[in-house]
Design a protein around this ligand. Structure first.
Ligand code: HEC
Length: 205
């Protein structure tokens, strides 16, 4: 009798342990799937806009698309003009373009305009203003980065250097959509960026 009791006790202990570990597994796996359902859209960020802001910061977009203020430490990003592109009134540096085109690349001190073998390119206004991406649809942004097309329109010209769209093309759809959501939420800054200039070396007289 004593032995039978002991046996039952052991059995129920094994049963309980099994039940507990099953339960735990179920809880673990349900935690994982709940978490990934919450986390996936914005990869740990509360909203796609927050993820987009982070990607814009680490993706270096401000380096070229935001004007800079000159400080004793050198040029610093002017966040009051964040992502507004090359300032419309700022002329390109007074240099010998032929020499630059054949010898290398030069940038304005705002790092928003670049002169090289491709001519002169001006970083675009990416703010939510109509002079920026305010009238773009998400599909335009995807075409701009996936296919390197100006205004995100397939029939438009290919984007000029140094816009590294070929590199950003490695981002996932979710990441690009998050960047677009963030850009749409930015403070609108009116700034009509000049059209690029063709190279002087190949220009016809
Ligand atoms: C090294 C400089 C540089 C960096 C970094 C850079 N851009 Fe650009 N970007 C440019 C230049 C210059 C142009 C204009 C190219 C042209 O006119 O063909 C441009 C154009 C664009 C355009 C097309 C705008 C239009 O009107 O067609 C988009 C969109 C864009 N950039 C988004 C971004 C985003 C988003 C980032 C960061 C993830 C970024 N860029 C980082 C230099 C840069």
């Amino acid at each position: 009798m004593k032995n039978a009791c002991y046996f039952t006790l052991v059995l129920s202990f094994i049963g309980l342990t099994a039940l507990y570990s099953c339960n735990n597994k179920a809880r673990e796996s349900s935690t994982v799937s709940t978490d990934s359902a919450v986390v996936q859209p914005a990869a740990g960020y509360e909203t796609p806009e927050k993820l987009g802001e982070h990607l814009v910061l680490i993706g270096g977009c401000h380096d070229c698309h935001s004007p800079k203020k000159m400080t004793p430490q050198g040029p610093e990003i002017d966040f009051s003009l964040a992502l507004s592109g090359h300032p419309s009134q700022m002329p390109i540096p007074d240099i010998d373009r032929k020499e630059m085109e054949s010898k290398g690349v030069v940038a304005t001190q705002t790092l928003t305009s670049w002169i090289g073998p491709w001519g002169v390119s001006y970083a675009a206004n990416l703010t939510s203003d109509a002079t920026g991406i305010g009238e773009w649809e998400e599909a335009n942004f995807m075409t701009a980065i996936r296919k390197g097309k100006h205004k995100g329109v397939e029939t438009e010209r290919t984007l000029l250097p140094p816009m590294p769209w070929q590199m950003y093309n490695n981002m996932t759809d979710e990441e690009l959509k998050a960047i677009f959501a963030y850009l749409k939420s930015t403070k609108p800054i009116k700034n009509i960026v000049p059209q690029p200039l063709p190279p002087v070396l190949t220009a016809k007289p």
